[in-house]
Design a protein around this ligand. Structure first.
Ligand code: TD3
Ligand code: ZN
Length: 310
């Protein structure tokens, strides 16, 4: 199957109440580990790259790898998506280079500016058959939870979400309900505002919802990093049960980067700790690729419910 947009997979996800994993890639082992898991699970999958990942790998290398992945796995839908596009030019570059989906992240602008800039990207992308994810609301940082009214102001406002989607024509919407990027999402108990998600779904039932900052920060992977010489104390993510609830409550796309970084790092650290004489890259990159595959398999099969939904 050639690379596809997210349109059909999102429609199925909303109808059948499951979420599709969107996994960040910047090298061959990540691409291979993720698509092998998706193919085995017969799951749709979104590969995504940020602008810094594109700079790291080079857009031609990245697209070439992703195209080979799609050719090798013709039975599952694979989309290639720009994560957190910062401006029109970056979004345009990705559209022009064969990305099937782009995110324009205007969440740092005020509402009107976010609408205006998002609409520009939507108009261009749609003219080329590419879909657009937009963002409204600000992802929380752990320090933002101190003051309830201040953190309340950062969550996505459901009535604004309705107006935003109407005015921009965006295809999917990333919302803020308490998640945040990275390995330190919560100080105490993990808490997501499912009440806000519900209100948003009531206002825009046909718009696929996206959850950023949604890694579990899998304790076994954190322990693996720490056991073999790492130093990542007190890391905490979104528990699998909450991600499962999100998946059956109208969230169509769940972004995962931190868990992949932990898997890759943990596996490599383990090889080096157990065999200081290792210096063949295949000796540490194969276990890393295997653990990426295992991690993605777990999410598709046990958490997001996307297995057998290709
Ligand atoms: O957009 N992304 C990936 C890039 C963020 C840097 O980690 C996400 O929403 C993934 O968030 P998470 O929870 O994996 O950090
Ligand atoms: Zn994100």
């Amino acid at each position: 199957m050639p690379l596809v947009t997210t349109k059909a997979m999102f429609e199925k996800s909303m109808k059948e109440k499951f979420a599709i994993g969107a996994f960040n890639v910047n090298n061959m082992e990540l691409v291979q580990g993720i698509v092998e898991a998706a193919a085995e699970q017969n799951s749709p999958v979104i590969l995504q790259a940020s602008s810094s990942a594109i700079k790291y790998a080079g857009i031609d290398y990245l697209m070439a790898m992703v195209k080979v992945a799609a050719e090798e796995h013709p039975n599952i839908p694979i989309a290639i998506h720009l994560d957190h596009g910062p401006d029109f030019e970056t979004c345009k570059m990705c559209v022009d280079n064969g990305f099937t989906s782009v995110m324009f992240d205007g969440s740092k602008y005020d509402f009107e500016e976010n609408v205006r800039l998002t609409k520009e990207v939507v108009d261009y992308a749609h003219s080329k058959g590419v879909v657009v994810e937009a963002e409204l609301g600000k992802l929380a940082g752990i320090e933002d939870d101190v003051n309830v009214s201040a953190s309340d102001a950062m969550y996505t406002d459901p009535s604004q979400a309705e107006e935003f989607v109407k005015r921009t024509g965006c295809d999917s919407l990333a919302i803020a309900i308490g998640t945040s990027h990275g390995a330190y999402k919560f100080k105490g108990e993990a808490k997501l505002r499912f009440d806000i998600l519900k209100q948003i779904k009531e206002r825009i039932p046909n718009t696929p919802i996206v959850l950023h900052g949604a890694s579990t920060v899998i304790p076994e992977l954190v322990n693996m990093c720490n056991q073999y010489g790492g130093n990542i104390p007190g890391a905490k993510g979104v528990p699998d049960e909450m991600l499962h609830e999100a998946s059956i409550s109208g969230v169509s796309k769940i972004n995962v980067d931190t868990d992949l970084r932990l898997a890759m790092t943990g596996a490599i650290r383990k090889v080096f700790a157990e065999d200081p004489s290792a210096f063949d890259p295949r000796k540490y990159l194969k276990p890393a690729r295997d653990l990426i595959k295992e991690t993605v398999t777990h999410k598709m099969r046990d958490v997001f419910g996307s297995a057998n939904k290709a």
